[in-house]
Design a protein around this ligand. Structure first.
Ligand code: SDX
Length: 428
């Protein structure tokens, strides 16, 4: 079958560019020779129509509200798999056998401790430092401790670095929380699951045995799965771009954490809960919806809208169900959940949101669950970063192993001053 191509009429000439097919989803026009042959760039601020790479890891169909990790539907993984199986799937391409799962869990478990010297890093922060600022600093500093896993050209070192990052993120995240409340750090325990271990490091104290609540453990594990990867979102693209220069994996993940922090991205769960608290009661919702629709008001409904999903975010559906389970289990009657449910109902009926296809996203319900579990709002994005680390590092590995990968270096449409004479200060 002849190769499909797209023809551009440029400067009076026809230029044919090949069209590439994926296994599913939009085709791409290969514009790699455009500049060489036309002297022109494509122009796509925000990359709304640009495929930055080829990937086999995660697929999103925004119109259908579909999310696949290596082909498996997110709702199936959230229901039937646990986060360690999802980590294995994202890293290695398929769900593990029992033996593979056992070995993987052992390998991750025995990397959960951090170098004892790293504890001193925390003393340099103010107690009221935002934990995301601590995460950026401490994760970036891991490169100063684990030199034996920074050679990105050595597959074994890349694997060890991947295990270290997945394993140590919960330990560092829990330490950031403990530091903020003046409680002692709690060491990881090798006898607990990944989610239970994180909960005991966060909420346990050295003075007594920590009782793991199975419902909270399951909810935590599921929240990690729902946030694990999401195609070429802003923070993943940041990790790939940092990695394309040959930077070590710890620096790349620190860059991803920094990008995720923004309220338009991973910071939306914290911003969403603050918004629900600002709304306060159901009768105040119309006022906020009106503000969200007002072009002159920068206010947006946090937890709504998405660059790709123009339908319900499938993660939000699972998160919604978990919210009811967790609040039911804890006997928490949080008026914010009532506000959230009413806001969702109103927004889904409002013609502005319907016309712009603004649906609740993954961040809309996560804040309510995390608040009920006892996390302060400042920890919400830290949990997102913890979970997304496996996605970031899987995408980073894929990029390093891609024979076509080269340093990322976008161009621009320049509209600044053209060449002009220098003026000595007395003539300005
Ligand atoms: C995440 O990319 C990913 O995959 C991210 C993520 C992941 O897993 O990695 O899914 C995680 O970041 C989820 C998104 C969390 N962010 C929020 O909840 C913040 C609120 N949402 C918006 O900031 C916004 O929806 C974005 C940033 C998420 C998407 O922005 P886009 O794609 O650039 O959309 P847009 O800003 O062009 O919006 C289209 C229109 C605009 O109106 P017009 O200019 O066309 O008139 O919809 C409006 C926007 O004003 N709009 C909203 C809105 N979101 C978009 N109006 C009110 N409230 C909102 N939340």
């Amino acid at each position: 079958m002849s190769e499909e191509s797209a023809t551009f009429a440029i400067n009076g000439h026809n230029l044919d560019m090949s069209v590439m097919n994926g296994s599913v989803g939009p085709k791409v026009i290969d514009v790699r020779k455009l500049y060489a042959q036309t002297g022109m760039f494509t122009y796509d601020p925000g990359f709304t129509s640009t495929a930055s790479c080829e990937s086999k890891i995660t697929y999103i169909d925004g119109d259908q509200g579909v999310l696949l990790y290596r082909g498996y539907q997110i709702q199936d993984l959230a229901e039937h798999a646990n986060f360690m199986e999802v980590c294995y799937l994202l890293l290695f391409g398929d769900l593990p056998t029992s033996e593979q799962k056992k070995k993987f869990i052992h390998d991750v478990t025995y990397h959960t401790m951090i170098h004892e010297q790293l504890k001193t890093f925390f003393n340099g922060f103010r107690r009221d430092a935002h934990p995301m600022a601590i995460m950026v600093g401490v994760v970036g500093a891991l490169a100063a401790f684990y030199h034996d896993s920074t050679d990105i050209n050595d597959p074994h070192q890349r694997l060890i670095a991947s295990y270290r990052l997945i394993a140590k993120m919960p330990t560092i995240a829990a330490m950031a929380y403990k530091y903020s409340i003046g409680q002692p750090f709690v060491y990881p325990r090798n006898d607990l699951t990944y989610a239970a271990n994180f909960l005991q490091m966060t909420f346990g104290v050295p003075c007594e045995e920590y009782e793991v609540n199975p419902t909270l453990e399951r909810a935590m594990d599921r929240i990690f799965t729902l946030h694990a990867d999401h195609e070429q979102n802003a923070s993943t693209s940041t990790v790939r771009l940092a990695g394309s220069s040959g930077a070590n994996p710890f620096a790349c993940i620190a860059a991803g954490i920094a990008c995720l922090w923004g309220p338009a991205h991973g910071g939306a769960n914290e911003a969403c809960l603050k918004m629900l608290q600002e709304i306060g009661t159901v009768d105040k919702i119309p006022e906020f919806v009106a503000r969200a629709k007002d072009k002159d008001d920068p206010f947006r409904l946090m937890g709504f809208g998405h660059r790709v999903y123009k339908n319900f975010d499938p993660r939000a559906k699972v998160m919604r169900q978990s919210a009811h389970e967790v609040l039911g289990e804890l006997g928490v009657d949080d008026p914010l959940l009532d506000v959230a449910m009413e806001l969702e109902r109103i927004a889904l009926e409002d013609e502005y949101f319907v016309e712009k296809k603004l649906y609740p996203n993954v961040d809309f319900y996560s804040g309510i669950i995390l608040k009920a579990m006892g996390f302060p709002t400042t920890m919400f994005t830290v949990l997102f970063a913890l979970a997304r680390t496996v996605g970031w590092i899987s995408q980073w590995n894929e990029m390093i192993e891609d024979p076509l990968q080269k340093i990322g270096r976008p161009r621009q449409l320049y509209t600044g001053p053209t060449v002009r004479e220098f003026k000595p200060i007395m003539q300005r």
